[in-house]
Write a protein that binds this ligand. Sequence first.
Ligand code: GLY
Length: 362
Amino acid sequence: MTSSIRVSLGERSYSIVTAPSYAALPAQLARLGMPAWACVVSHQALLDRFGPELLGPLRRAGWQADTITVPESERSKSYAMAERIMRQLARRALMREPLLLAFGGGVIGDLTGFVAAVFRRGVPYVQLPTTLLAQVDSAIGGKVGVDLPFAKNFVGAFHQPRLVVNHVGVLRSLPLRQRRSGLGEIVKYGVMADPELFRYLETHVRGCVAGHPTALRVMVPRCCRIKARVVSQDERETRGIRTGLNFGHTLGHALETATGYRRFTHGEAIAVGMVAASRMSVEMGLMPASDAARVTALLRALGLPTSARGVSWSAVSRALRFDKKFLEGRMRWVLCRGIGRVVVRHDVPPALIERVGRACVA
Ligand code: GLY
């Protein structure tokens, strides 16, 4: 069965389609008037496994479908890798415009979207996310970019995809650690906007961790609907609405950077970040301590870390200074007023940030 959620952005509107295969993709691309040359950016292992299922229908429908592969690592989300892809595209792109297909997780989506934003001043791209995290979050909303070694997502753009296709089958072979990483983002949606989803996670831990089809059918569309609504209301994060999606991300990004993008998955890092943000929220008198305890208990039950022992606090605090939420010398923190309600604050005392941050890494 195919279902669809709309991201409403005027002429940049697009659908998030949930589908059992990529069989309908050629017809969907044709309806959108996409260029006839499709270049799939992905990892070799993914292409070995799912390539025929993706490339077959495209080629049978008359698309020229080429591939570009990048190594499977957060470190591939680099300016150097983007340039390598652009050089390959430029050599093949003589006198024609490519359609880029981002076939992979968050790294592939962000990197491919970045290339699509700048190559020939912008070409269309489609997100074909293959991880839980990408299906519920990173493939939606057009935030694209690359990391600098000392600052995550620091170079980028807003460039909306033309379509997102969530193939439910590709999640079946997802490794447990990747599933858990996606669950980190799903907990975030519960905390920021959906107490019922949070409750569902609490009461269905086993099915969620196992990636049971029923759990996925509940979680994925729910998160996509929240993300579509938030992005439709505040595409460029200028109205303070989209900022809420960054609950747990401030410390989370700093942990990823401070550990060279090697120790934590994104979901693991934001899990620690959500514990820290909850603690700050309690100490600022915003969040009931019992709700903060629920956040920590849920993350633990899902097998996600709630602290980052052994990480250097000075490296984390250095990375925090490069957070994009640092505006005019004041740091924006997404805090919580209780499960389902977040608030953006600029007045978190530096001493509190340091105390909570140090406690997370001690
Ligand atoms: N992942 C946060 C955002 O898209 O705004």
